[in-house]
Design a protein around this ligand. Structure first.
Ligand SMILES: *Cc1c(COP(=O)(O)O)cnc(C)c1O
Length: 372
């Protein structure tokens, strides 16, 4: 059976009429860059995230960069984050002129290990940027306590965790700011590029609105330098429609994750993903860990199962970050995960048969890769 890694056509098929109508409304109103459709989506998304303010921007990368800029972070500052993430997390820090300082992740949840913060903090540390990797939130209580004790901000990278919860709190609602991506493949995806920052700080939201529109508070009056990070009207209209289906789709992902766990109950526990206590996972990526990835993946390919690797090279070992001087061995958990991760198909439209076909191929592939 063929099981694609992702199937965006199937994802949009049931809502095509509704989505086309939303796009036609934007065309009729000719409100393409920022404007009323963006404002409406911001209201709905803030409500969904249980935060007072949401600010729509051009991408998840914009969201991270603007949140850091709005907090005044720049050259000479340090921001603590993790090396097991998409590079945008660290890139946004670097683009402000600040320096990313990495701490290793937990071996079970793959999110920031708060026990490592004490070793990484310096008088230059201005913020902690945990990443809610694969759909589950980092262990926020100790991270927030540490930040409060040191008088520094927490910015959540929630690009993979729309709707996730930690002790009942939504992703993005616990930190000073929460940053989201609506890249098409994310749990909530646009028809192109888009992102948002959520916050409970009204002044911060206002600074973000100025920065995302060339630093202007009034048309053609620029108090500060910003950039063009506006959200498109069409993306906002599409997202407003898709947001109504997010809870249901996250629930379907949860059902699929439970089904995977049931049918893979025979494989060693450490292979399968785990959910930390007090967390509601939204299963953006279903990564398992295998000892011999090349043999494993070639068997899955042979069986027609699509898979991916998130992420094969941890950020501290990327060529772009050679100047930071990190070596292999600096962050052993992230490095081991990068060598072992394989992401299985995970999206709301997966069928029972498809999950069982994937599970069977996984079991065969594990036998083969252990035997060779
Ligand atoms: C997708 C992603 C981003 C970047 O978002 P874009 O919308 O692609 O700019 C940042 N951080 C993480 C963890 C992501 O998965």
């Amino acid at each position: 059976m063929n099981v694609p890694f992702l199937d965006l056509k199937a994802h949009h098929q049931p809502h095509r009429a509704e989505l086309a109508a939303a796009i036609h409304e934007v065309i009729a109103a000719a409100a393409f860059a920022g404007g009323p459709f963006v404002t409406r989506f911001e209201t709905d998304f803030a409500g969904y995230c249980e935060t007072p303010h949401a600010v729509g921007v051009g991408s998840g990368t914009d969201a991270l960069w603007l949140a850091l800029m709005a907090l005044g972070i720049g050259p000479g500052d340090e921001v603590i984050t993790v090396p097991m993430t998409f590079i945008a997390t660290a890139e946004a820090i670097s683009r402000t002129g600040a320096r990313p300082v990495f701490v290793d992740i937990e071996d079970t949840t793959y999110t920031m290990d708060p026990a490592n913060l004490a070793r990484a903090v310096t008088p230059r540390t201005k913020a902690i940027l945990p990443v809610h990797l694969f759909g589950q939130m980092a262990d926020m209580t100790p991270i927030l306590e540490f930040a409060r004790a040191h008088g520094i901000a927490v910015i959540e990278d929630a690009a993979q965790a729309h709707g996730a919860r930690y002790e009942g709190h939504r992703a993005g609602s616990l930190g000073t700011a929460g940053c989201f991506s609506f890249y098409p493949g994310k749990n909530l995806g646009a028809f192109g590029e888009a992102g948002a920052v959520v916050t409970s700080d009204a002044a911060l939201a206002e600074r973000l609105r100025v920065l995302l529109d060339h630093g202007q508070s009034r048309k053609y009056h620029h108090a500060t330098l910003g950039w063009n990070c506006r959200m498109d009207g069409i993306q906002a209209a599409v997202l407003q429609v898709k947001l109504r289906h997010l809870e249901h789709n996250n629930e379907r992902r949860r059902q699929h994750a439970m089904h995977y766990a049931r049918v893979l109950a025979g494989v060693p526990r450490r292979v399968l993903p785990a959910c930390g206590p007090g967390r509601t996972h939204v299963h953006h990526i279903h990564a398992i860990r295998v000892p011999d990835r090349i043999t494993f993946m070639s068997h899955l390919e042979f069986r027609g199962i699509g898979c991916g690797i998130h992420y094969p090279v941890p950020v501290h070992l990327q060529e772009a970050y050679a100047s930071l001087g990190h070596r292999r061995g600096s962050f052993p958990v992230a490095e081991r995960c990068a060598a072992q991760f394989v992401s299985l198909p995970m999206y709301p439209e997966l069928t029972t048969d498809q999950i069982e076909a994937v599970a069977q191929a996984v079991e065969e592939a594990l036998c083969i890769s252990v035997a060779t």
